[in-house]
Design a protein around this ligand. Structure first.
Ligand code: ARG
Length: 475
């Protein structure tokens, strides 16, 4: 039922759209069938490129005027028309027509309606092939800038809680088993570092986005004396693509962007998994603010960490788009093929998903409640300082492999007795090695263990304070 309803709705929407003659239809003796029109049109989703399309057209037209390919008067009329269209699109008054296939043809047709003969000259020396590549680059350049800003905000939120928790002790885990005590701030700073790499990747891929395809025309360039560098300057591109065939067929920049987004989402997904675990009653390390959770329709006691779970779930979606785009490109001969139209929905969804995720994440992290006592108690439970005892014996002259065996026996004894290494009497510890003295206790405590780590990159409190300072200076 729902299925039928949905498809009826879609048809209704198309029917409401304006009926217009396609600009290439003079070459055809039969009109395009309705279903083919629907199948080949992209206007439903690519209309979100309208502002970029207009910006690209304005720059192209200005170049045509400068090169005396069109007159100043024609340029004036084109500019006026495009600015009017901009207003129509923003105020939702623009009438999109499925007969005009895509955003480019819709805008061009409206321009000729407004500006007459001058509007018909806009497409001189240009093709939709280089036009759409340019639009996509302008769109992704904007998205990259927004993403980098949001990553910074999330990093700031991360540093803000990290600063409060330098001396909060938690169990560091490997294999999800208690390994060694660590500072909670140190754990959070691991995510700061991941985000730092994510940010660097988006800044780097932006450099390749920011090279202009326009001027390649359909694939071979044009016989008009165009000035591509001038257009690049107007649109704030760093340079001009060197090969016209590559310019219209390249979608590397989308794939690269999606790959970067996938890595970013993967990091957030791992973090989400930890948030879900930490907020479960079995850990009870943190509480996620109510505004990021939901209840259950049947179990009144429940508070579910929906947001981190959805971040985990949406990561699959972003990764899926990466595979879509790679698959989209793998069999395409040069140069432009209509397949490329299928690049839009995935990349739009990637941008929307990642932007929303980052916005929500920053807020969620800044509102997290931490329970330091529960974290520390958990660290006390798993013989987290066993390695410290082994290192202690090594410093007293025992080879590491032997000290490892000694400590393993002490741990086994502790498990049998039901207490931790730090809770043993000196006489008990001495049974495992004569090298153990009173000074051992300062290494067996959680704080002692952490404080004994002093080098760069370690969890020692001083090292973490330094790392925090360094991280702050990066923002
Ligand atoms: N809507 C098309 C796309 O998204 C624009 C380019 C069409 N070019 C063509 N030669 N049919 O790729």
């Amino acid at each position: 039922m729902i299925f039928i309803y949905n498809s009826l709705k879609t048809i209704e929407k198309f029917v409401k759209m304006k009926k217009t003659k396609q600009n290439w239809s003079d070459r055809f003796s039969e009109p395009t069938s309705e279903i083919v029109k629907r199948y080949t049109a992209s206007v439903n989703f690519d209309q979100r490129l309208a502002m970029y399309d207009i910006a690209g057209s304005l720059a192209h037209a200005e170049m045509l005027k400068k090169q005396k390919i069109i007159s100043s008067k024609d340029f004036g009329a084109i500019k006026k028309g495009l600015n009017q269209i901009k207003k129509e699109v923003i105020s939702n008054k623009f009438e999109w027509s499925i007969d005009l296939e895509d955003v480019h043809l819709n805008i061009e047709k409206r321009l000729t309606d407004i500006s007459g003969e001058a509007g018909k000259k806009l497409h001189t020396g240009r093709s939709r092939n280089d036009q759409v590549a340019t639009d996509m680059k302008l769109f992704l350049r904007d998205a990259s800038d927004q993403l980098v800003n949001l990553i910074k905000k999330l990093q700031q939120a991360t540093l803000a809680i990290a600063e409060k928790h330098v001396t909060t002790i938690m169990p560091g885990l490997t294999h999800l088993q208690v390994a060694q005590p660590i500072s909670f701030a140190h754990h959070l700073l691991a995510y700061f570092e991941m985000l730092e790499r994510d940010k660097a990747r988006f800044i780097d891929s932006r450099k390749r986005i920011n090279i202009l395809p326009l001027g390649a025309a359909a694939l071979a360039g044009t016989s008009y004396p165009i000035d591509r560098k001038f257009v690049a300057k107007l649109l704030k591109f760093e340079g001009v693509m060197e090969n016209s065939i590559d310019a219209v067929s390249d979608r590397d920049f989308l794939i690269e962007f999606n790959a970067n987004a996938s890595l970013l989402m993967t990091h957030l997904s791992r973090w989400s998994e930890e948030l879900v675990m930490w907020s479960s009653p079995f850990f009870n390390f943190i509480e996620i603010s109510d505004s990021f959770c939901t209840g259950s329709s049947i179990m009144p006691q429940k508070k579910n960490p929906d947001v981190p779970e959805l971040v985990r779930g949406k990561t699959g979606r972003v990764n899926g788009h990466l595979v879509s785009l790679l698959t989209l490109m793998k069999g395409q001969p040069l140069a432009y093929n209509k397949d490329n139209q299928e690049d839009k929905e995935p990349i739009f969804d990637v941008v929307d998903t990642v932007l929303d995720t980052l916005k929500i994440y920053g807020e969620m992290i800044s509102k997290i409640k931490v329970f330091p006592e529960n974290m520390e108690n958990a660290a006390l439970k798993g013989y987290a300082t066993a390695t410290d005892l082994a290192d202690y014996l090594v410093k007293k002259g025992l080879p590491f492999r032997e000290s490892h065996g000694v400590v393993a026996k002490a741990v086994k004894y502790g498990i049998d007795q039901g207490y931790d290494l730090s809770e043993m009497e000196l006489s008990e510890l001495k049974k495992f090695s004569n090298l153990i003295d009173q000074d051992v206790f300062k290494f067996l405590s959680l704080r002692g263990s952490i404080q004994s780590r002093k080098h760069l990159g370690s969890t020692g409190f001083n090292a973490v304070n330094l790392a925090l300072k360094k991280a702050k200076s990066k923002l």
